[in-house]
Ligand binder design. Structure first.
Ligand code: 5GP
Ligand code: ZN
Length: 138
């Protein structure tokens, strides 16, 4: 399969590795949006949250938890953004599931988590909640 992150996991494409276990591989992002920007991926290829096996996703999240603690100790950021994009509409560029850890500092100018708060229409919010609850019950 012609997948950049599968090739990074196998070592065919070099990367700056920070962590590895049976299910998970983590490495520094080559285009960091802030110091310490890194990526956590499952070793088994899965394009998005909809394809990944639950056990692999939990392993990715467990590694993310450990790596966030390590980043906190190593770099002492004021905060950390976790980002995980699914699908082109969500701006996912590499179709192999990954979690971004982005360390944040006050005044760093990174705009990734800034959006305007606009009050929603409560009827619409209730309607959407009803549809999601309906699917959860199946
Ligand atoms: P996405 O938008 O899919 O969530 O982000 C993909 C990320 O993968 C980007 O932050 C990009 O910099 C990173 N990336 C793409 N190709 C490579 C690569 O070959 N090596 C590394 N280390 N990171 C990559
Ligand atoms: Zn892959």
């Amino acid at each position: 399969m012609d997948c950049i992150f599968c090739k990074i996991v196998s070592g065919e494409i070099p990367s700056v590795k920070v962590y590895e276990d049976d299910r998970v591989f983590a490495f520094m992002d080559i285009n960091p949006i802030n110091e310490g920007h890194l990526l956590i991926v499952p070793k088994a290829h899965a394009a998005t949250i909809h394809e990944i096996a639950e056990a692999d996703f939990l392993a990715v999240m467990s590694a993310t938890h450990k790596l966030a603690a390590a980043v906190k100790k190593a770099l002492n950021p004021d905060g950390i953004n976790l980002l995980q994009l699914n699908g082109k509409a969500a701006n996912q560029v590499v179709p192999h599931l990954h979690v971004h850890i982005v360390p944040r500092w006050f005044g760093d100018g990174v705009t990734v988590s800034q959006w305007e708060l606009v009050a929603g229409d409560m009827e619409k919010i209730q309607g959407v909640a009803e549809r999601v609850r309906g699917e959860m019950g199946k």
